[in-house]
Ligand binder design. Structure first.
Ligand SMILES: [Mg+2]
Length: 310
């Protein structure tokens, strides 16, 4: 384990990936009512199961795809370039090729049968656009759930965060509202890593006007349970959990108890909670945190720090 001073920028950056993965693994057992939520007073646990056959302590597609982005950045890819986006697209396709236990519907429709290698980002974008033309439904929460590493790779660079969050979202989710949600959340993470403050409104100047009202209406996570497979409701549910949280554990529990797509909302919430409170504040659990591609929580800490700008 690398030594990071609690409260330092590196600690809060590491918290982004660690709390995101923790939220994911905490939400897995309860995804869409797979298992009843624990009674009040009893915290959710990383029991595994859920919609895929997921092991106790194991994170799911949310963190797996976030790792694909982070690993591309750690490998030296410049995510602002088409080559960098190819590296991310290839990472998504490598992940999909090993038959993960849980894959979102829209993500599967885009990745299934797509060819990796040079030009892969353009091919995914085209497939995502075709899916939109066919169904009109490409604003699932599947790009928001994985977006947090973009804020780390471009920490402090607002134009790059907006451009890259939007571009990586569009690899699988053609609807622009998904890209806006990713930009908004990454800007909030960037702000929290720098300041320790939680304020998702800092990104409002970079997205459509409708978002201010959507954020105002994010009061209780439960209100969004019925629709939080949709990116807007997932962001609202996560924001509702984070804005009242008095710490990482409290915020993640609020997100999970919100119901619906529990692992994804808690993974999204975790990215911002970890940015504000830091890795040192992320609670440990008896089940060891782990997941594709054969990483542990300690590896996520190292990865987060490795992708920060020099
Ligand atoms: Mg998941």
């Amino acid at each position: 384990m690398i030594t990071i001073e609690p409260g330092a920028i590196a600690d809060r950056a590491a918290g982004v990936l660690l709390a995101g993965a923790t939220g994911d693994a905490l939400g897995v057992p309860y995804e869409y009512g797979s298992r009843p939520l624990p009674p009040p007073g009893e915290p959710p646990r990383m029991l595994g199961g859920g919609l895929g056959n997921i092991a106790p302590g194991q994170w799911s597609d949310d963190t797996e795809m976030a790792c694909a982005i982070a690993l591309a950045a750690a490998d030296g890819a410049d995510l602002r370039t088409e080559d960098g986006l190819d590296a991310v697209a290839d990472g998504f396709l490598r992940w999909y090729a090993q038959d993960p236990p849980d894959v979102g519907t829209q993500t599967r429709a885009v990745l299934d049968g797509a060819r990796p290698g040079p030009g892969s980002a353009a091919r995914l974008r085209r497939r995502a656009a075709d899916l939109h033309a066919r169904t009109g439904r490409t604003a699932g929460n599947g790009s928001l759930m994985r977006t947090a590493p973009v804020a780390l790779a471009h920490l402090g660079d607002t134009p790059a965060i907006v451009a890259v969050a939007t571009a990586i979202s569009a690899l699988t989710h053609h609807d622009p509202v998904a890209g806006e949600a990713c930009a908004l959340w990454c800007l909030a993470i960037d702000h929290a890593v720098h300041t320790g403050e939680v304020d998702v409104r800092v990104g409002l100047p970079h997205v459509g006007d409708h978002w201010a009202d959507l954020l105002d209406r994010a009061d209780e996570p439960e209100r969004f349970a019925g629709a939080n497979g949709w990116v807007v409701a997932a962001l609202q549910g996560a924001w509702a959990a984070v804005r009242r949280a008095d710490g990482v554990a409290d915020g993640l529990e609020r997100a999970v108890r919100g119901g619906g797509d529990t692992d994804t909302v808690a993974a999204i919430a975790g990215g911002l909670l970890g940015a504000a409170f830091g890795a040192a504040a992320v609670p440990g659990h008896p089940e060891p945190l782990h997941g594709w591609p054969d990483l542990t929580g300690a590896d996520l800490v190292r990865l987060a720090v490795a992708i920060l700008p020099a």
